[in-house]
Ligand binder design. Structure first.
Ligand code: NAP
Ligand code: ZN
Ligand code: ZN
Length: 346
């Protein structure tokens, strides 16, 4: 086994702390890469607190992982030692079901294996990127262009693909009015992609101090959701709302901002169920839909799109010992716009 060290939660009630564990020896198709940077996703916090249920402890979170390849298995074709590599939210799936064959491994009918808080095919719990090194099957490792700032590229592996994928799926672009609800890690990437795809983008935010940043990110308009006058002035305006909010919120309020046939896309995962009023759907023939990260081919497509268009995440680099300070700020919506851990500080 390969010795590894990371930061783990031992239970839903305990803080993350240093923890020594092991990675598997490389199988013929495995790639080992040493982790340089790992983004901090709100899903990390939901899961270490067991807000979605079924959490597996000890848990090393982190699924926005980038670094340099240090070893490859004997049959690996896609990578060589020294390459820049990344892994997102998935590390395995069956590869034979209809969804896997369509490149939608996140919907694997036989159960995808998450990068952490999941049980691997070998029966061992998976552990994520708040750690020094990782071993992943080459099918689930992505190439990252050396044109991109590596720390800024890390969040593309979850925040990037989670917002790119639904915008592509629902063909959001020129002629569309897109609203991004919540300007955090996912939200700010949604603004960048929405603008790059040619949509007119409005940020719907509960934080007045984010207005200037929203405009800097390319948003055309800003609506302060706490201001009832601003909210009602935006009624019936949008073709799409991309909802990235992590906390419980009243989606009926926002669905009223959609035009006829408008689509409310949920990507945020609040810990409690949405309360949906049927009138929010029937008045204006609206749709409520959702999207989960993205498959491997689309993740590579997104990374290539980012390299071609010079898109990375806006980041605040942190020392791993400050992870709880980062979580506290995340809970207050004070993220500008993704914390990224420098694993050299481990
Ligand atoms: P984040 O950086 O913390 O951003 C969430 C934003 O939501 C905040 O910055 C804030 O924006 C807004 N917000 C927070 N509390 C709010 C409240 N009480 N009322 C209204 N707005 C509030 O989180 P993230 O990493 O972007 O993740 C967002 C959500 O997506 C999480 O639930 C995460 O688990 C989920 N997620 C889903 C997928 C998927 O595949 N579907 C993938 C990754 C993450 P403002 O200050 O602008 O209001
Ligand atoms: Zn994530
Ligand atoms: Zn499958």
């Amino acid at each position: 086994m390969i010795p590894a060290k990371g930061y783990a939660a031992q239970s839903a009630q305990t803080d993350l702390a240093p923890w020594d564990f092991e990675r598997r020896e490389l199988n013929p198709h495995d790639v080992q890469f040493d982790i340089q940077y790992c983004g901090v996703c709100h899903s990390d916090l939901h899961q270490i607190r067991d807000e979605w249920g079924g959490a597996i402890f000890p848990m090393v979170p982190g699924h926005e992982i980038v670094g340099k390849v240090v070893a490859v298995g004997s049959h690996v074709k896609k990578f060589k030692v020294g390459d820049i590599a990344g892994t997102g939210c998935l590390v395995d799936s069956c590869r034979t079901c209809d969804n896997c064959k369509d490149g939608l491994e996140q919907f694997c009918l036989n159960g995808m294996v998450g990068t952490y808080n999941s049980i691997g095919k070998d029966g061992v719990p998976t552990q994520g990127g708040y750690s020094n090194t990782i071993v992943v099957h080459e099918d689930f490792v992505l190439h990252i262009s050396d044109k991109l700032d590596l720390a800024g590229a890390a969040p593309l592996l979850c925040a990037g693909i989670t917002t790119y994928s639904p915008l592509r799926h629902w063909k959001v672009g020129k002629g569309h009015k897109l609203a991004v609800l919540g300007l955090g890690g996912l939200g700010h990437m949604a603004v960048k992609f929405g603008v790059a795809f040619g949509a007119e983008v409005t940020v719907l935010s509960s934080s007045p101090e984010k207005e200037a940043d929203a405009k800097k990110l390319g948003a055309h308009q800003f609506v302060l959701t706490k201001d009832e006058a601003q909210l009602s002035a935006a009624r019936g305006r949008f073709d799409f709302i991309l909802d990235t909010v992590s906390a419980p919120h009243d989606i009926n309020l926002y669905m009223a901002l959609l035009r006829r046939d408008g689509v409310h896309i949920c990507v945020g995962v609040p810990p409690t169920p949405y309360q949906l009023n049927a009138f929010s759907l029937i008045g204006g023939r609206k749709s409520l839909v959702g999207s989960l990260i993205g498959g491997l081919p689309e993740t590579q497509e997104m990374l290539n799109f980012c390299a071609a268009n010079n898109i990375v995440s806006e980041i605040e680099m942190i020392d791993i010992k400050d992870i709880h300070k980062a979580y506290d700020r995340m809970l207050k919506g004070d993220v500008k716009y993704r914390f990224v851990i420098d694993l050299a500080t481990l």
